[in-house]
Structure formats: C-alpha cells, structure tokens
Design a protein around this ligand. Structure first.
Ligand SMILES: *Cc1c(COP(=O)(O)O)cnc(C)c1O
Length: 372
C-alpha cells in the first residue's frame, strides 16, 4: 500500500498524458507554449477566478504577489506556524517579517482571535507595519475566510490564500479567492492537483496584479524585451507540465469527490477510535490533501501500522516558528498553545482518490488494533 498512489491516476489518464507530452516534444515550444495558456484558462475557470498565472512552484506562487505589492523590510506578514515552511519562507525572502499566528484546535487552520492578537501586538510595538495575511487551507480544508476577511480588511492588509493543499476547496460554495486578493497553489506531485515535477499558479480577480505577475515571472519584463521594468524572477510553469496538468484537471472534480468518499469511510471506521479525527467546518468541501488524526503516541502507532504494511507520515511535527531559521521571528501573544498541543499527536493516514475499500479496511483495522 502506498501513502499517496500516483500510479492509479496515471493508468486512468495514460493516453491523454502521453499524447500531451508527445505534442509538446513535437512542437518544440517548451517555455510558455500554448498548453500553458490553455491550462491557465481552465484553471481560472475551475477556481472561479478572472486570471490564473502559472509559475515554477507553489512557493514562488506566494512570493510573486508579495513582490508585486512591494512587501518588504518593515512589513509584518501574518501566517500560521503549523504549515509547510514555504508559507513563511517567502515572507522572509521578500525581506519582510513573518508573524506567526496560532491555529484553531479543531480545524488546524488560522485562528481569528490569534490573528487579532498578533495584529494588536504588532501595532502596539510600532516597529512593523501590518501588510498582509497568508491563510493556509491546511490538509485540504478551506480556512475560515468569513471570520478572517473582516480582520484583514479593517487593518488595510492584503490577503493571500495558500491553497497548495486545498486548491478546489470551497466554503459555502465559494472558492477562497472570493475573500482574498489571490489564491495560490502548488503542482508538486503529491498535492491533490499535482504534475510530474514542480509547478505552481496564482489566481486573482485583480487585473493589475495579474499584469505584474506576468512581468515578474519573466525577470520583471516590460514592453521592450531589453528593458526590464521591475526586479523579478525566472519562474514559469513548463509547457510539458501544463500538458500533463490538462488531463489531470479534467478529472480533478471527480477526484475530489472520490477523496471525500475515502474520508467518509475513515470517519465511519475511526470515530471513537482515534483521540481526534478531522473536523470539517459546516459548509466546507475539503480536498483531503491529508487525512490527519491524533493519537496518544504517534511513533508507536506508526510502528504498529508499518508492521501491517500501512505507511503513515507526520505533518508537521516541528512547526515553523520553532525551526532554526525562524525561531527569532515574532509570534502572537505569549506563544502558540494550540500549535504546540497538536504536534505530539498528529499522524496522517494513506489518502488518495483511488484508495480501495479493501486497503482502507486494512488501515482501519490496523489502527483499531494499535489503539485498542
Ligand atoms: C507544498 C506547499 C507549498 C509549496 O509548494 P512547492 O510547489 O513545493 O513550492 C506551500 N505551502 C503549502 C501549505 C504547501 O503544502
């Protein structure tokens, strides 16, 4: 059994993917070829956005809008600590200061009261200007944008949804971009919508931001090829990856449904067995990037499952604010109690759209034995 099985999907889409790759090889248009434009259009339509701009990975997808808004030294950007490091890394790369915010203990997503506290702290200190908030749709679940957006707007900040794990998630039927200035995603192979290498995209309804992103991803190009008008990056989505993503996007809605079937079976099998199983907010459809539960001893649990041939993984045992490169950055209030409370218990189970009922029964039974 695999933790994330990419082969089942490959078998389903083999002809389309191989045909798409062959077309790119024949065309020779490897950089920003027509498949990139076609994919950007379809991705924007899927995410109900006016624009989607491809880039080299999900990290750059967050960095590029920060550059477009000239976020830099003296600016505070609020983000969770219980996330992949890239969410905070881009803030530091832009020269700004990440300010770490706690999570809701049930959803693992940014807690609105902790965000309020962090903004108040920063204002009281008076050293940094509150500039932007990056909320993460962790494990595939939409952050609580209805609660967060008013705090962001009252403080005149920009708002990014890092949907590397949650692209496709909706809250009351709306995508995160409904509340934010841009929504970013990653096409890293193991993400719900992954390619066969690195890739990413930023979705926005803002024409000015779209224009700047398209310039910034090609070294800050201007109208004249030889006159770059801003300091940019080399960060494009490969034509080959766009060709691979086109058939994958065509089945993505179906795959989100399949992931929800798998999640429902886990819920049935593990309710009352694990200390905590995922709590999905009312009105949210999750993309289930991970199915993360909490147990008393995740190491013993992992060993027991491994002995039964069931792989597990831990996201994230060391939150960003206690990692070496980040430990000097500010945190909300007196610390992040919810973040610190969950890290000793979290463990993620195999999750992908093609997980068979039989394999899943094996996971559930191994989990029940381990926790008996
Ligand atoms: C994977 C991930 C990223 C970074 O994406 P890459 O494509 O690997 O650069 C950023 N944020 C979150 C929450 C992620 O899970």
């Amino acid at each position: 059994m695999q933790f994330i099985d990419l082969h089942a999907q490959q078998a389903r889409l083999k002809d389309e993917i191989e045909g798409g790759i062959a077309d790119v090889l024949k065309s020779g248009r490897y950089i920003l070829g027509p498949q990139v434009t076609e994919f950007e259009g379809k991705l924007a339509a899927f995410g109900e956005a006016k624009h989607a701009v491809g880039c080299a990975n999900g990290t750059d997808a967050i960095l590029l809008p920060l550059l477009a808004w000239s976020v830099g030294p003296g600016d505070a950007v609020f983000c969770p600590s219980f996330t992949y490091c890239a969410t905070a890394e881009v803030v530091a790369l832009a020269g700004a200061t990440p300010v770490f915010v706690d999570i809701d203990r049930d959803t693992y997503n940014m807690d609105v009261n902790s965000l309020k506290q962090a903004v108040t702290d920063v204002k009281a200190k008076g050293e940094l200007t509150p500039k932007a908030v990056i909320a993460v749709d962790l494990f595939g679940q939409s952050a609580d944008y209805e609660a967060l957006a008013p705090v962001v707007r009252e403080n005149g900040m920009k708002f990014i949804s890092d949907s590397a794990q949650g692209f496709g998630t909706t809250l009351t039927g709306k995508h995160p971009l409904h509340w934010t200035d841009c929504q970013t995603t990653s096409f890293f192979p193991a993400k719900p919508l992954g390619c066969y290498g690195d890739g990413g995209a930023t979705l926005t309804n803002d024409d000015d931001l779209e224009f700047k992103l398209r310039s910034l991803r090609v070294h800050g190009k201007g109208k004249d090829k030889y006159d770059n008008v801003r300091i940019g990056m080399n960060s494009r989505l490969d034509t080959l990856q766009a060709a691979i993503l086109l058939p994958k996007l065509a089945v993505f809605a179906d795959e989100i449904e399949k992931r929800n079937v798998v999640a429902a079976r886990y819920k049935d099998g593990l309710s009352g067995v694990a200390d905590r199983i995922p709590v999905v907010m009312d009105g949210v459809v999750s993309t289930w990037a991970q199915y993360t539960i909490e147990v008393p001893d995740p190491f013993a649990f992992a060993d027991a499952l491994k002995a039964e041939g069931v792989p597990t993984a831990r996201y994230y045992p060391k939150p960003v604010h206690i990692q070496t490169a980040y430990e000097h950055y500010p945190v909300a209030g007196n610390g992040l109690p919810n973040t610190m409370d969950c890290i000793d218990h979290i463990i993620s189970l195999p999750m992908h759209p093609y997980l068979s009922e039989e394999d899943q029964a094996k996971v559930i039974s191994a989990a029940k034995t381990a926790l008996a």
